[in-house]
Design a protein around this ligand. Structure first.
Ligand SMILES: CCCCCCCCCCCC(=O)SCCNC(=O)CCNC(=O)[C@H](O)C(C)(C)COP(=O)(O)OP(=O)(O)OC[C@H]1O[C@@H](n2cnc3c(N)ncnc32)[C@H](O)[C@@H]1OP(=O)(O)O
Length: 259
C-alpha cells in the first residue's frame, strides 16, 4: 500500500476506494486528520475579462467561420459564398456551440452562462474532425445553402460519411430554412432521403434547400446535396416541418442578430 490509496468500508458494507493520508506505522483503518484546506487560486475564466462582474461581457464564439481544420477547397467555397452576401442577396447565419447561444438575450449576456447542452453538429471540438459548416440564408427567407466539410469522425463505411451524418446535415439545412420561413420554431415531422452516391470523408459538399410549400403550420421543403462543382448529386431529400410554439425548439435565424 505504498501509494497511499486505500479502501474503507461504509455502514452498508460496500467498499469505497478513497485517498488516504498514510502515516508510517499507523494502521490503514485509523482515521487520520485531514490537512487544513489551502485555497487555490481560481484559473482564469475563458472569454471573460473580469470574473463575474456585472460589467463582464461574454459572447459565444461564432463557429461558422474558417478555422485551421478547413481545407483549401472549403475556404475557397466559403469565400465565394461570402461574396454573395455583399449585395444582400444572401446572409451568413452565425452558428454557435449551443442552441441556447442563438437567442438574442444570451448573445447579450453579461456573465458566462456556463456549460450546457451542445448542438449535435457542434459537439466535436477538434477543428476539422466533425462537421465544419456554414449556412447561408437567401434574402427571400425561403432558401438555405449549407457549405460543409465532412470530417473523419463522421465515418460510416470505411472512408465514407455515415448516412446519419448526411441526414443530420440535411435536417439542419432544411431546418434552418423552415425556421426562417416560419419566423418561429418548427420541428422536423418527416424527413425522406435518397442516398445516391457515397460522400468521401474530407469532401466539401453543398446542401441546397428551399421551401416548396407553406400551408398553415406545415412547411414542405426539398434539399439536394452535391459536390462543389455540381458534378455529383450525393443525396436528395424532402422534409415536412411543423411550426410549434414550444420554447424548447431552436430559435428562428430571423431572431439571430448578425454579428
Ligand atoms: C438559428 C439556428 C439554430 C440552429 C438550429 C438549426 C436547425 C436544426 C433543425 C433540427 C430539427 C430537428 O431535428 S427537430 C427534432 C426531431 N423532431 C422531433 O422530435 C419532432 C417530434 N414530433 C413532434 O413533436 C410532433 O409530432 C410535431 C411537433 C412534429 C407535430 O405535432 P403537433 O404540433 O401536435 O401537430 P399535429 O396536430 O400532430 O400535426 C399538424 C399537421 O401536420 C401533420 N403531420 C404531423 N406530423 C406528420 C408526419 N410525420 N407526416 C405527415 N403529416 C404530419 C398532421 O397531419 C396535421 O395536418 P393537418 O391535419 O393540419 O392537415
Amino acid at each position: 500500500m505504498g501509494g497511499g490509496r486505500g479502501r474503507r468500508s461504509n455502514p452498508a458494507g460496500d467498499s469505497i476506494p478513497q485517498l488516504c493520508h498514510r502515516t508510517p506505522g499507523v494502521p490503514i483503518d485509523v482515521p487520520v486528520p485531514t490537512p487544513p484546506h489551502v485555497p487555490q487560486p481560481r484559473p482564469p475564466r475563458p472569454h471573460c475579462c473580469v470574473s463575474l462582474q456585472a460589467s463582464c461581457s461574454v459572447s459565444p464564439q461564432d463557429l461558422a467561420v474558417p478555422n485551421a481544420g478547413w481545407s483549401a477547397a472549403m475556404c475557397e467555397q466559403y469565400q465565394r459564398l461570402l461574396r454573395c452576401t455583399t449585395n444582400g442577396s444572401w446572409r451568413r447565419i452565425p452558428s454557435y456551440r449551443r442552441g441556447l447561444d442563438h437567442l438574442p438575450e444570451v448573445l447579450q449576456m453579461t456573465v458566462d452562462p456556463g456549460p450546457g447542452p451542445r448542438l449535435f453538429l457542434r459537439n466535436v471540438d477538434a477543428e476539422g474532425a466533425g462537421f465544419e459548416y456554414a449556412i447561408f440564408l437567401h434574402a427571400s427567407g425561403r432558401r438555405t445553402r449549407c457549405l460543409c466539410q465532412v470530417g473523419p469522425y463522421l465515418e460510416g463505411h470505411q472512408g465514407f460519411a455515415h448516412g446519419g451524418a448526411i441526414a443530420t446535415l440535411v435536417d439542419t439545412t432544411v431546418g434552418t430554412c423552415a425556421l426562417a420561413a416560419a419566423k418561429m420554431s418548427a420541428m422536423t415531422a418527416k424527413l425522406s432521403i435518397s442516398y445516391l452516391a457515397p460522400v468521401p470523408l474530407g469532401a466539401v459538399v453543398v446542401a441546397d434547400s428551399r421551401v416548396e410549400q407553406h400551408e398553415g403550420r406545415k412547411i414542405f421543403l426539398s434539399c439536394q446535396v452535391c459536390d462543389t462543382q455540381r458534378d455529383t448529386l450525393y443525396a436528395e431529400a424532402t422534409a415536412l416541418f411543423i411550426q410549434v410554439e414550444d420554447n424548447n425548439s431552436p430559435p428562428s435565424p430571423a431572431a439571430c442578430p448578425q454579428r
